[in-house]
Unconditional design. Structure first.
Length: 320
């Protein structure tokens, strides 16, 4: 099968959507499919990622771009030529309702092939975090309806959890199916990690709480730090791994609570390092209520870790 993937976010951005796309590509290629991916970039170019052909579309940050997203140039002629030169595709998989995602949906209609959209982000909450203070921030309702029409135009919309599906169904979304996020259990598996503790100067017998992910306001990492401040035992550590816009604010908060010696910020964690960080800790925690089904929770569960989540969103982890 020839699969065309369209996304408005991809490497070097590191978030749950990108992780999901990379997992998809790895699986699609492993079972013999051909994959072509259209993603944003600084200029138009063709490259390769794990056996998939990647077309980078010139994109730029704008005042209405949410989070780390960039706006791509609307270049239907170029996309259509790539489509024809490739001999067409059997199915289109869209990971975002942006310009590149929209071009993918449009091409699927033009060439009469089935389209699959994956609903990754809680758009209602995402609006409040990313779009409220932009020039289009007052147009939440009409744009929410536009997003709904976008997803309803696809042959099927995938959601990662039953809870998310029920919410979308109430809002009038159609053609819904649950396919949960996945992790590679040959990589994310239980084990012991001592070298990393030494590197981070954490005593071998200390108890460690881990957060890993984007450091941004919607993740509510400040709440984790405030909760950790109630733990008075000096052999308890909080590791906050990742990078993002609120890093300096979080470091300042750790100093205000006089916890800078027990809260560690190791920075960006590569895919290769990530399983070692999970194995090094005793508890995985996240205060975010932004997730549709957080991949980091599934990774932590694959390593049999205790995990602590925001109490109003427990069913986002389950698809049963």
């Amino acid at each position: 099968m020839k699969i065309a993937i369209f996304t408005d976010t991809f490497i070097p951005t590191n978030d749950g959507i990108v992780t999901s796309i990379c997992n998809n590509i790895k699986y699609f290629i492993s079972v013999g499919n051909k994959v072509c991916l259209f993603a944003p970039g600084s200029s138009f170019k063709k490259e390769e990622y794990r056996g998939a052909v990647v077309y980078r579309i010139k994109s730029r940050k704008s005042s209405i771009s949410p989070g780390n997203y960039k706006q791509a140039n609307f270049d239907f002629k170029r996309f259509n030529k790539i489509w024809k030169d490739a001999g067409g595709f059997d199915i289109v998989h869209i990971h975002s309702p942006g310009i590149i995602g929209g071009l993918g949906l449009f091409l699927s209609k033009v060439h009469k092939v089935p389209s699959v959209c994956t609903y990754h982000t809680n758009l209602d909450m995402g609006w409040d975090y990313f779009m409220r203070d932009t020039p289009i921030g007052t147009f939440k309702k009409p744009i929410k309806n536009l997003f709904k029409k976008f997803f309803n135009s696809a042959s099927i919309t995938l959601t990662p959890s039953r809870c998310t599906l029920n919410i979308l169904k109430k809002e009038g979304y159609k053609h819904l199916k649950v396919i949960p996020n996945s992790v590679d259990t040959s990589i994310f598996k239980p084990g012991k990690e001592t070298k990393l503790r030494k590197k981070l100067k954490i005593p071998s017998k200390a108890k460690v709480v881990l957060y890993v992910g984007r450091l941004s306001a919607e993740k509510k990492i400040d709440l984790l730090i405030k909760a950790f401040s109630y733990i008075r035992k000096t052999d308890r550590y909080l590791v906050i791994a990742g990078r993002g816009s609120v890093l300096n604010k979080l470091k300042k908060l750790a100093r205000e609570y006089e916890l800078e010696d027990r809260i560690i910020f190791p920075g960006y964690i590569s895919d290769k390092e990530l399983p070692h960080y999970y194995r090094m800790c005793d508890v995985f925690a996240s205060a975010s209520d932004f997730e549709t089904q957080g991949i980091t929770f599934i990774e932590a569960m694959a390593l049999s870790l205790i995990h602590i989540s925001e109490p109003t969103r427990p069913l986002y982890i389950s698809y049963a």
